[in-house]
Design a protein around this ligand. Sequence first.
Ligand SMILES: Nc1ncnc2c1ncn2[C@@H]1O[C@H](COP(=O)(O)OP(=O)(O)OP(=O)(O)O)[C@@H](O)[C@H]1O
Length: 297
Amino acid sequence: MKLSLAGVSVEIDSVPIVTGADLDVAKGEKVGLVGPNGSGKTTLLRAIYRSLRLVRGTVLLDGQDVSSLRQREVARRSALVAQETASDFDFSVEDVVALGRAPYQRAFDRESAADRQAIAEGLERVGMASYRIRAFATLSGGEKQRVLLARALAQETDLLLLDEPTNHLDVNAALDLLELVRRLDLSTLCVLHDLNLAAAYCDRVCVLQAGRVVAIGPPADVLTESLIHDVFSVHAHRLTHPSTGRLLLAFSAGEGRRAPDETGVDSGTPQTEPPDEPRPERAAASLGETSRSPSTT
Ligand SMILES: Nc1ncnc2c1ncn2[C@@H]1O[C@H](COP(=O)(O)OP(=O)(O)OP(=O)(O)O)[C@@H](O)[C@H]1O
């Protein structure tokens, strides 16, 4: 499945949120969507999934304009794993995964053999088959994330849209999940906050800033020190991962860093730190010595 966005603009309450976005995801390609908080990443995913209307531009799935498709047809071709989870409902794990079959069912249809097989396979692929009858609400954040991925797999689409799938996951679970996604033969557009995970797992990254695509390309080409400074207002030091040879970034909160109160968003540095003390170096992800590191592609 090839995804093509041309000049995509989205407004919410007449406020421009995404403006003129051009982006392609080739068949089987993994593209990371990165950008500061509020830059429009989730909005762009929702526009692709047609849960938000475009004010301009087109979204094509294998050349077909999604605006000409019914929502059910869009859901047969693309699966969205959003950030919110339906954990307040009294659903079992299997019930949640079964929701992925809705695009193939009519009202009051019973589950078909194909539905049951897709549900079982989805759970199997994410390693959650033994949790089938557990209440979804009782799962840990990482387990929920896997089940939501199983639901997307049960949807049997060729395009996967993931919104911060590693949110709430420990480093081991995050690497596991992205490794799993990487092995799937699906075109994938994945919002990631951790630039090191994007560098490690994505074929290309697309950088959004204030609703506009400002760069797109292989992580090592795009994630330059100057781009990271311009877009995220932090200093990045480019290193090479000792075992994969891929780009590894270390960040330092040096001069020019955007203060939290300039955006209303706390970027994570403790505000109680004395201003004249040297600030520690921070690495965004623990992608160091581990046999889990992805191989270079
Ligand atoms: N329903 C809405 N009503 C009003 N404003 C909205 C709505 N949804 C999103 N926005 C605004 O659109 C902008 C982009 O939001 P979006 O969630 O797409 O950003 P994001 O890049 O995914 O952010 P984050 O990294 O924080 O998840 C934000 O300023 C947000 O407040």
